[in-house]
Design a protein around this ligand. Structure first.
Ligand code: NI
Length: 177
C-alpha cells in the first residue's frame, strides 16, 4: 500500500479517456484500490479516480463521513465504483462549489444533475445500482468525469466563480477534495 502522487491539471494523462476493467477480484485491482484509498485518505479527499494517479482504468472511489470539513454535506457511503454508467433522473441542474485534488488550492461553481441513477461494479464484479441526489450525486459525477478526461474547470459557466480558496472564502479553512 502506497500513497501515490496525484497528477495535477496540465498533465496530459488527465485528459485521456480511461479503459474498462475486464477482470475483477485480481491482486492487481486490489493493489490499485489500496493505493487509491491510501492516497485519498492522505490528502483528505472525498473521492479519487484511477487516472489521477496515472492509471487509465475506469475505477473511482469516494466516500464522506459527516465531519467538520463538509458541515452542510450529507454523508456518502464508502464506495468502489468500476465501469460506471450515469443516467440523469429528471432535468434539474444544481450549481455548487467543487474542488479537486488535481486542481489544488482552487474552487469552482459547477453545474451538475441534481438527481442521478448510477450503475457499475465493485472490485469483485458485484453490481451496484443506486439512485441518489445532491452531494452524493455531485461526487459521483465529478469522479466519473475523470474517466472521460474531464476536469471540473471545463464545466464552469461563470469564470468569476472560479478562484483560489483564500480569495473566495476568506478566513475559512478549505481543503482540496
Ligand atoms: Ni477530481
Amino acid at each position: 500500500m502506497t500513497i501515490r502522487k496525484v497528477l495535477r491539471m496540465g498533465d496530459e494523462r488527465l485528459w485521456q479517456r480511461s479503459a474498462p476493467v475486464s477482470h475483477f477480484g485480481t491482486p492487481e485491482l486490489h493493489e490499485l484500490l489500496a493505493d487509491m484509498r491510501d492516497t485519498m485518505q492522505a490528502m483528505n479527499g472525498a473521492g479519487l479516480a484511477a487516472p489521477q494517479i496515472g492509471v487509465g482504468l475506469r475505477v473511482v472511489i469516494f466516500g464522506v463521513q459527516h465531519n467538520s470539513r463538509y458541515p452542510d454535506a450529507e454523508s456518502v457511503p464508502e464506495t468502489v465504483l468500476i465501469n460506471p454508467l450515469i443516467i440523469p433522473v429528471g432535468n434539474e441542474i444544481e450549481e455548487d462549489w467543487e474542488g479537486c485534488l488535481s486542481v489544488p488550492g482552487l474552487r469552482g461553481m459547477v453545474p451538475r444533475h441534481a438527481h442521478i441513477r448510477y450503475q457499475g461494479q465493485d472490485e469483485y464484479g458485484a453490481l451496484i445500482d443506486r439512485t441518489v441526489s445532491g452531494f452524493h450525486a455531485r461526487v459521483v459525477q465529478h469522479e466519473c468525469d475523470h474517466l472521460d478526461g474531464i476536469l471540473y474547470p471545463m464545466r464552469i459557466r461563470d469564470m468569476a466563480k472560479f478562484g483560489y480558496n483564500e480569495e473566495l472564502f476568506p478566513g475559512q479553512e478549505i481543503h482540496d477534495e
